[in-house]
Design a protein around this ligand. Structure first.
Ligand code: UD1
Length: 412
């Protein structure tokens, strides 16, 4: 049987740790799959991209589109133009998309509209149709008409919703879900959201969290990281950093708005009077901080915030595991801290990962200086939060995904 050609799409930093376990699992079925890693180049700095390939032991991307930065429209359009050529050139049978970044949206949109019939592709669609029909989970499912001249689209991390359309990620994930043939969910919320939106339940597969697969796999290795010693040496030449808070901040709603950025960073300077704050700075945030006013800069200069370049996967895991508190506006870090049992304050009015709040490890903090400081002080009093036990956050999500794919598209 000919191998099924699969594109695994990555574009931005949070994609790499999600694709890595799926790629490695697929490589175990060398007779079934030809996995091809396609990197759009949305993130391109060494510290936002290459370091993750090294840390996660991924091969260099087989295809690199090099799209770089731009407005949402420009970035999305650049990915679409270049991605379409690769689809036409290599005619994959399936693409695997993860998460909610602009690259995810651009590739799903392109694949949903392209047409290149082939015998191999039609065979995959026949297998898929039969498989989905055999999963008659609920009685009243109406299959939509769809072309079998385009690749199948699988979305990993489907169904997450912040219900906040001001977030570009919410638009990206909602549209990608609507264009996908296979919806792989990380938690029960994902299934519930998709069902509430009327998705065909036969296309939904609750498989767990691939990011936790990577975390589990690399946790031991991250123990050996020397990042804390390096940061301590950088800070004062000797000494060590024992108890600290860890910060990440990059959401446009937090960093593009100067008063909001000032409120958050001022809160961090105050928190740093109680506990050193380690703050690896995203390029977007760096740019905006550089434009901040004199008074904020003075506060920063007299604070105990340790600003660093963006940090690689293993070093960041090391820092996360040992942090007394994490303050973040990232999505994935809310999940990682939950799994690790590290208290997390999320600097956002909402989250598409409410399961982390229910688990008791994560709290949304009102975006006001005093509230951030007060919540941080309260969280720091907790000696310990219990690691969340969430179904299928167990290191085997990629295995479940690849099993489904082997059953469906590689079936005879
Ligand atoms: C993107 C994702 C966001 C994800 C985040 C993780 C979208 C809409 N957003 O946001 O969901 O949480 O990645 O980092 O896809 N830049 C560099 N070097 C790089 C990458 C970016 O300097 O390697 C700068 C560029 O000036 C760029 C800005 O950062 O304009 C923002 O990058 P972009 O990819 O547009 O969005 P992120 O804010 O990184």
């Amino acid at each position: 049987m000919p191998k099924r050609r699969i594109f695994l799409i990555v574009g931005a930093r949070p994609n790499f740790m999600k694709i890595a376990p799926i790629y490695k699992e697929m490589k175990k079925y060398a007779e079934l799959f030809e996995p091809i890693i396609l990197h759009t180049g949305q993130h391109y700095d060494e510290k936002m991209s290459k370091i993750f390939f090294d840390d996660l032991e991924l091969p260099k991307p087989h295809i690199y589109l090099g799209v770089g930065s731009g407005s949402h429209a420009v970035q999305t359009a650049e990915v679409m133009k270049k991605f379409e050529r690769e689809l036409e050139r290599l005619k994959p049978e399936l693409l695997i998309l993860v998460g909610d970044v602009n690259s995810t949206l651009a590739c799903s949109l392109t694949a949903a509209k392209i047409r290149y019939g082939s015998d191999r592709l039609h065979k995959c669609w026949t297998n898929y149709d039969q498989y989905i029909a055999s999963r008659n989970i609920t009685a009243l499912q109406q299959s939509k008409k769809q072309s079998n001249d385009r690749p199948l689209i699988a979305h990993v991390e489907a169904g997450l919703r912040s219900f906040d359309s001001d977030m570009p990620e919410e638009i990206n994930r909602t549209i990608t879900d609507s264009l996908s043939d296979l919806l792989f969910t990380t938690c029960v919320d994902g299934d519930e959201n998709l069902i509430a939106e009327g998705f065909d339940t036969r296309k939904i597969f609750f498989v767990g969290n691939v990011m936790i697969d990577s975390l589990q796999f690399y946790l031991n290795r991250s123990e050996k990281s020397t990042i804390l010693d390096e940061l301590a040496a950088h800070r004062d030449g000797n000494g060590s950093i024992r108890r600290y808070a860890l910060v990440t901040l990059h959401r446009p709603s937090n960093v593009d708005d100067p008063p909001m950025l000032t409120a958050i960073v001022t809160a961090l300077t105050e928190i740093s009077k109680e506990i050193p704050v380690i703050f690896p700075v995203h390029p977007r945030t760096r740019k905006l901080l550089a434009q901040s006013g004199e008074s904020l800069r003075r506060k920063i200069d007299s604070s105990e915030i340790l600003f660093t370049e963006p940090i690689g996967y293993l070093d960041f895991l090391h820092l996360q595991t040992r942090a007394a508190l994490v303050l973040t506006d990232s999505g994935g870090i809310q999940e990682e801290t939950s799994y690790l049992g590290v208290p997390c304050l999320t600097l956002r009015p909402n989250t598409e990962r409410p399961i982390t709040i229910r688990a008791g490890t994560n709290k949304l903090v009102p975006l006001r200086r005093e509230a951030i400081v007060a919540d941080a002080q309260n969280m720091l009093k907790l000696n310990h939060v219990r690691p969340a036990k969430i179904k299928y956050w167990d290191g085997n999500a990629a295995e479940r995904i690849v099993h489904v794919l082997a059953d469906i598209i590689a079936g005879n």
